[in-house]
Design a protein around this ligand. Structure first.
Ligand SMILES: O=C(COP(=O)(O)O)N(O)CCCOP(=O)(O)O
Ligand SMILES: [Zn+2]
Length: 305
Protein backbone atom coordinates (compact mmCIF):
# COMPACT_ATOMS: atom_id res chain seq x y z
CA UNK A 1 0.00 0.00 0.00
CA UNK A 2 1.17 3.54 -0.79
CA UNK A 3 1.98 5.40 2.44
CA UNK A 4 3.98 8.47 3.44
CA UNK A 5 7.63 8.25 4.39
CA UNK A 6 6.83 9.31 7.93
CA UNK A 7 4.30 6.50 8.43
CA UNK A 8 7.11 4.04 7.70
CA UNK A 9 9.95 5.83 9.48
CA UNK A 10 8.22 6.89 12.70
CA UNK A 11 7.47 3.23 13.49
CA UNK A 12 11.01 2.22 12.51
CA UNK A 13 12.67 4.72 14.82
CA UNK A 14 10.26 3.90 17.66
CA UNK A 15 10.90 0.15 17.33
CA UNK A 16 14.61 0.43 16.64
CA UNK A 17 14.96 -0.95 13.11
CA UNK A 18 15.95 0.63 9.81
CA UNK A 19 14.09 0.81 6.49
CA UNK A 20 15.88 0.80 3.15
CA UNK A 21 15.46 3.62 0.67
CA UNK A 22 16.52 2.00 -2.59
CA UNK A 23 17.09 4.08 -5.70
CA UNK A 24 15.42 3.04 -8.92
CA UNK A 25 15.89 4.32 -12.45
CA UNK A 26 14.07 1.63 -14.42
CA UNK A 27 11.56 -1.23 -14.46
CA UNK A 28 13.99 -3.94 -13.35
CA UNK A 29 15.19 -2.10 -10.22
CA UNK A 30 11.60 -1.21 -9.31
CA UNK A 31 10.47 -4.83 -9.67
CA UNK A 32 13.47 -6.15 -7.75
CA UNK A 33 12.98 -3.77 -4.82
CA UNK A 34 9.23 -4.34 -4.50
CA UNK A 35 9.48 -8.12 -4.92
CA UNK A 36 12.13 -8.25 -2.19
CA UNK A 37 9.90 -6.20 0.12
CA UNK A 38 6.88 -8.44 -0.52
CA UNK A 39 8.85 -11.66 -0.04
CA UNK A 40 10.38 -10.47 3.24
CA UNK A 41 7.27 -8.63 4.43
CA UNK A 42 9.33 -5.46 4.79
CA UNK A 43 8.27 -1.82 4.45
CA UNK A 44 10.32 -0.08 1.78
CA UNK A 45 11.03 3.33 0.29
CA UNK A 46 11.39 3.56 -3.48
CA UNK A 47 13.69 6.52 -4.10
CA UNK A 48 13.79 8.43 -7.37
CA UNK A 49 16.39 11.15 -7.77
CA UNK A 50 15.93 14.04 -10.20
CA UNK A 51 18.30 12.17 -12.51
CA UNK A 52 16.04 9.12 -12.33
CA UNK A 53 12.95 11.23 -13.08
CA UNK A 54 14.73 12.78 -16.06
CA UNK A 55 15.88 9.35 -17.32
CA UNK A 56 12.64 7.42 -16.71
CA UNK A 57 10.04 10.17 -17.01
CA UNK A 58 6.33 9.36 -16.55
CA UNK A 59 6.96 5.71 -17.45
CA UNK A 60 9.01 5.39 -14.27
CA UNK A 61 6.99 7.60 -11.92
CA UNK A 62 3.62 6.20 -12.99
CA UNK A 63 4.92 2.63 -12.70
CA UNK A 64 6.38 3.26 -9.24
CA UNK A 65 3.21 4.87 -7.87
CA UNK A 66 0.89 2.26 -9.41
CA UNK A 67 2.93 -0.71 -8.16
CA UNK A 68 3.23 0.87 -4.71
CA UNK A 69 -0.55 1.24 -4.52
CA UNK A 70 -0.98 -2.48 -5.30
CA UNK A 71 1.83 -3.65 -3.00
CA UNK A 72 0.92 -5.81 0.00
CA UNK A 73 3.52 -4.03 2.16
CA UNK A 74 3.86 -0.31 3.02
CA UNK A 75 5.72 1.54 0.22
CA UNK A 76 6.62 5.23 0.08
CA UNK A 77 7.60 6.86 -3.22
CA UNK A 78 10.36 9.32 -2.39
CA UNK A 79 12.03 12.16 -4.24
CA UNK A 80 15.74 11.82 -3.47
CA UNK A 81 17.83 15.00 -3.29
CA UNK A 82 15.21 17.42 -4.54
CA UNK A 83 17.21 20.51 -5.49
CA UNK A 84 14.43 23.10 -5.62
CA UNK A 85 10.90 23.98 -4.62
CA UNK A 86 9.83 23.54 -8.25
CA UNK A 87 11.35 20.05 -8.39
CA UNK A 88 9.46 19.09 -5.25
CA UNK A 89 6.19 20.40 -6.74
CA UNK A 90 6.73 18.17 -9.79
CA UNK A 91 7.17 15.13 -7.53
CA UNK A 92 4.07 16.05 -5.53
CA UNK A 93 2.15 16.30 -8.81
CA UNK A 94 3.36 12.81 -9.77
CA UNK A 95 1.91 11.35 -6.58
CA UNK A 96 5.09 10.99 -4.52
CA UNK A 97 4.44 10.42 -0.81
CA UNK A 98 7.79 11.60 0.49
CA UNK A 99 10.06 14.38 -0.77
CA UNK A 100 13.58 15.49 0.10
CA UNK A 101 14.62 19.10 -0.26
CA UNK A 102 18.41 19.17 -0.14
CA UNK A 103 19.71 22.64 0.62
CA UNK A 104 22.59 21.35 2.75
CA UNK A 105 25.10 23.14 0.51
CA UNK A 106 23.48 26.51 1.30
CA UNK A 107 24.03 28.61 4.44
CA UNK A 108 21.92 27.69 7.49
CA UNK A 109 19.31 30.44 7.09
CA UNK A 110 18.76 29.66 3.39
CA UNK A 111 18.42 25.97 4.19
CA UNK A 112 15.85 26.79 6.90
CA UNK A 113 13.88 29.14 4.63
CA UNK A 114 13.79 26.82 1.61
CA UNK A 115 13.05 23.72 3.68
CA UNK A 116 10.21 25.46 5.53
CA UNK A 117 8.66 26.47 2.20
CA UNK A 118 8.72 22.87 0.96
CA UNK A 119 7.33 21.57 4.26
CA UNK A 120 4.33 23.91 3.96
CA UNK A 121 3.58 22.77 0.40
CA UNK A 122 4.13 19.07 1.04
CA UNK A 123 2.18 18.98 4.30
CA UNK A 124 -0.72 20.80 2.60
CA UNK A 125 -1.15 17.70 0.42
CA UNK A 126 -0.34 15.10 3.08
CA UNK A 127 3.23 14.34 1.99
CA UNK A 128 6.18 14.18 4.40
CA UNK A 129 9.55 15.84 4.05
CA UNK A 130 13.21 14.89 4.42
CA UNK A 131 15.71 17.70 4.89
CA UNK A 132 19.50 17.65 5.14
CA UNK A 133 21.94 19.48 7.40
CA UNK A 134 25.70 19.01 7.12
CA UNK A 135 27.88 18.03 4.17
CA UNK A 136 28.09 14.41 2.98
CA UNK A 137 31.82 13.73 2.76
CA UNK A 138 33.96 10.70 3.35
CA UNK A 139 36.19 11.72 6.23
CA UNK A 140 39.77 10.50 5.90
CA UNK A 141 41.57 9.82 9.18
CA UNK A 142 43.96 12.75 8.77
CA UNK A 143 41.18 15.35 8.38
CA UNK A 144 41.64 18.04 11.03
CA UNK A 145 39.03 18.25 13.78
CA UNK A 146 37.78 21.72 12.82
CA UNK A 147 37.48 20.62 9.19
CA UNK A 148 35.39 17.63 10.31
CA UNK A 149 33.24 19.96 12.36
CA UNK A 150 32.59 22.19 9.37
CA UNK A 151 31.46 19.19 7.35
CA UNK A 152 29.50 17.08 9.79
CA UNK A 153 26.07 17.81 11.24
CA UNK A 154 26.12 20.01 14.35
CA UNK A 155 23.73 18.44 16.92
CA UNK A 156 22.50 21.72 18.44
CA UNK A 157 22.02 23.24 14.97
CA UNK A 158 20.05 20.12 14.00
CA UNK A 159 17.65 20.62 16.91
CA UNK A 160 17.02 24.25 15.99
CA UNK A 161 16.76 23.40 12.28
CA UNK A 162 14.08 20.76 12.80
CA UNK A 163 12.09 22.99 15.17
CA UNK A 164 12.19 25.93 12.76
CA UNK A 165 11.45 24.00 9.55
CA UNK A 166 8.94 21.36 10.68
CA UNK A 167 10.69 18.78 8.51
CA UNK A 168 9.68 15.19 9.29
CA UNK A 169 13.04 13.41 9.03
CA UNK A 170 16.61 14.59 8.84
CA UNK A 171 19.54 13.43 6.70
CA UNK A 172 22.68 13.77 8.80
CA UNK A 173 26.35 13.94 7.84
CA UNK A 174 28.39 11.71 10.14
CA UNK A 175 31.12 10.53 7.73
CA UNK A 176 29.34 8.73 4.90
CA UNK A 177 29.45 9.83 1.27
CA UNK A 178 27.87 8.79 -2.01
CA UNK A 179 29.50 6.34 -4.36
CA UNK A 180 31.87 3.38 -4.23
CA UNK A 181 34.72 4.97 -2.24
CA UNK A 182 33.76 6.27 1.21
CA UNK A 183 37.14 6.44 2.87
CA UNK A 184 40.09 4.19 3.66
CA UNK A 185 39.42 0.59 4.72
CA UNK A 186 36.64 0.95 7.29
CA UNK A 187 35.40 4.51 6.68
CA UNK A 188 35.15 6.84 9.67
CA UNK A 189 31.65 7.17 11.18
CA UNK A 190 31.13 9.67 13.99
CA UNK A 191 28.84 7.60 16.24
CA UNK A 192 29.16 9.92 19.28
CA UNK A 193 27.99 12.80 17.12
CA UNK A 194 25.05 10.72 15.88
CA UNK A 195 24.11 9.82 19.47
CA UNK A 196 24.09 13.52 20.40
CA UNK A 197 21.94 14.42 17.38
CA UNK A 198 19.50 11.62 18.23
CA UNK A 199 19.18 12.92 21.80
CA UNK A 200 18.21 16.37 20.52
CA UNK A 201 16.19 15.35 17.43
CA UNK A 202 13.33 12.89 18.09
CA UNK A 203 12.47 12.69 14.36
CA UNK A 204 13.68 9.70 12.29
CA UNK A 205 17.24 10.20 11.07
CA UNK A 206 18.47 9.40 7.58
CA UNK A 207 21.80 8.00 6.42
CA UNK A 208 22.87 8.81 2.87
CA UNK A 209 25.86 7.16 1.26
CA UNK A 210 25.27 3.97 3.24
CA UNK A 211 26.12 1.32 0.62
CA UNK A 212 28.37 -1.48 1.83
CA UNK A 213 30.32 -1.81 -1.46
CA UNK A 214 31.08 -5.45 -0.57
CA UNK A 215 34.46 -6.63 -1.83
CA UNK A 216 33.00 -9.80 -3.36
CA UNK A 217 30.73 -7.64 -5.50
CA UNK A 218 33.59 -5.34 -6.47
CA UNK A 219 35.71 -8.38 -7.44
CA UNK A 220 32.83 -9.86 -9.47
CA UNK A 221 32.43 -6.51 -11.26
CA UNK A 222 36.16 -6.37 -12.04
CA UNK A 223 36.28 -10.05 -13.13
CA UNK A 224 33.47 -9.34 -15.59
CA UNK A 225 35.49 -6.55 -17.16
CA UNK A 226 34.40 -3.65 -14.99
CA UNK A 227 36.95 -1.05 -13.95
CA UNK A 228 36.73 0.53 -10.51
CA UNK A 229 39.42 2.19 -8.41
CA UNK A 230 39.71 1.95 -4.64
CA UNK A 231 36.34 0.81 -3.30
CA UNK A 232 35.17 0.90 0.31
CA UNK A 233 31.68 1.08 1.80
CA UNK A 234 30.05 1.35 5.20
CA UNK A 235 30.70 -1.60 7.48
CA UNK A 236 27.55 -3.57 8.48
CA UNK A 237 28.38 -3.10 12.17
CA UNK A 238 28.42 0.68 11.64
CA UNK A 239 24.99 0.48 10.01
CA UNK A 240 23.58 -1.58 12.90
CA UNK A 241 25.06 0.83 15.45
CA UNK A 242 23.63 3.82 13.57
CA UNK A 243 20.18 2.20 13.60
CA UNK A 244 20.44 1.55 17.32
CA UNK A 245 21.21 5.26 17.77
CA UNK A 246 18.18 6.56 15.81
CA UNK A 247 18.80 6.16 12.07
CA UNK A 248 15.56 4.90 10.49
CA UNK A 249 16.09 5.45 6.74
CA UNK A 250 19.17 4.05 5.05
CA UNK A 251 19.93 4.92 1.41
CA UNK A 252 21.37 2.28 -0.90
CA UNK A 253 22.08 2.88 -4.57
CA UNK A 254 25.71 2.01 -5.36
CA UNK A 255 25.39 -1.63 -4.25
CA UNK A 256 22.41 -2.11 -6.57
CA UNK A 257 24.22 -0.51 -9.50
CA UNK A 258 27.31 -2.68 -8.97
CA UNK A 259 25.23 -5.88 -8.81
CA UNK A 260 23.13 -5.00 -11.86
CA UNK A 261 26.12 -4.02 -13.98
CA UNK A 262 28.32 -6.95 -12.94
CA UNK A 263 25.62 -9.44 -13.99
CA UNK A 264 25.07 -7.73 -17.34
CA UNK A 265 28.80 -7.72 -18.03
CA UNK A 266 28.98 -11.42 -17.11
CA UNK A 267 26.02 -12.38 -19.28
CA UNK A 268 27.30 -10.50 -22.32
CA UNK A 269 30.83 -11.80 -21.80
CA UNK A 270 29.67 -15.40 -21.47
CA UNK A 271 27.58 -15.31 -24.64
CA UNK A 272 28.69 -12.77 -27.25
CA UNK A 273 25.91 -14.03 -29.50
CA UNK A 274 23.16 -12.98 -27.03
CA UNK A 275 21.03 -10.00 -28.07
CA UNK A 276 17.78 -10.68 -26.23
CA UNK A 277 17.76 -8.05 -23.40
CA UNK A 278 15.63 -10.32 -21.23
CA UNK A 279 18.50 -12.81 -21.13
CA UNK A 280 20.86 -10.34 -19.43
CA UNK A 281 18.48 -7.89 -17.74
CA UNK A 282 16.63 -10.75 -16.06
CA UNK A 283 19.63 -12.17 -14.17
CA UNK A 284 20.73 -8.62 -13.36
CA UNK A 285 17.30 -7.94 -11.84
CA UNK A 286 17.64 -11.05 -9.67
CA UNK A 287 21.04 -9.85 -8.45
CA UNK A 288 19.56 -6.50 -7.42
CA UNK A 289 16.76 -8.29 -5.59
CA UNK A 290 19.28 -10.38 -3.62
CA UNK A 291 21.19 -7.25 -2.58
CA UNK A 292 17.97 -5.56 -1.48
CA UNK A 293 16.98 -8.62 0.58
CA UNK A 294 20.39 -8.71 2.27
CA UNK A 295 20.10 -5.03 3.14
CA UNK A 296 16.62 -5.54 4.62
CA UNK A 297 18.01 -8.38 6.77
CA UNK A 298 20.82 -6.08 7.97
CA UNK A 299 18.43 -3.19 8.73
CA UNK A 300 16.05 -5.42 10.72
CA UNK A 301 12.96 -4.49 8.66
CA UNK A 302 12.10 -8.09 7.70
CA UNK A 303 8.60 -8.99 8.91
CA UNK A 304 7.87 -5.41 10.00
CA UNK A 305 5.22 -4.79 7.32
O1 LIG B 1 22.57 8.18 -0.56
C1 LIG B 1 22.46 7.82 -1.71
C2 LIG B 1 23.19 6.62 -2.24
O2 LIG B 1 24.26 6.25 -1.40
P1 LIG B 1 25.27 5.11 -1.91
O3 LIG B 1 26.08 5.69 -3.04
O4 LIG B 1 26.13 4.77 -0.72
O5 LIG B 1 24.46 3.95 -2.36
N1 LIG B 1 21.63 8.46 -2.59
O6 LIG B 1 20.89 9.50 -2.13
C3 LIG B 1 21.53 8.12 -4.01
C4 LIG B 1 21.81 9.31 -4.87
C5 LIG B 1 21.66 8.96 -6.34
O7 LIG B 1 21.64 10.16 -7.10
P2 LIG B 1 21.75 10.08 -8.69
O8 LIG B 1 20.58 9.30 -9.19
O9 LIG B 1 21.69 11.54 -9.11
O10 LIG B 1 23.05 9.43 -9.03
ZN1 LIG C 1 22.04 10.77 -1.00
Amino acid sequence: MLVTGLEILKKARAEGYGVGAFNTNNMEFTQAILEAAEELRSPVILALSEGAMKYGGRALTRMAVALAQEARVPVAIHLDHGSSYESVLKALREGFTSVMIDKSHEDFETNVRETKRVVEAAHAVGVTVEAELGRLAGIEEHVAVDEKDALLTNPEEARIFMERTGADYLAVAIGTSHGAYKGKGRPFIDHPRLARIAELVPAPLVLHGASAVPQELVERFRAAGGEIGEAAGIHPEDIKKAISLGVAKINTDTDLRLAFTALIREALGKNPKEFDPRKYLGPAREAVKEVVKSRMELFGSVGKA
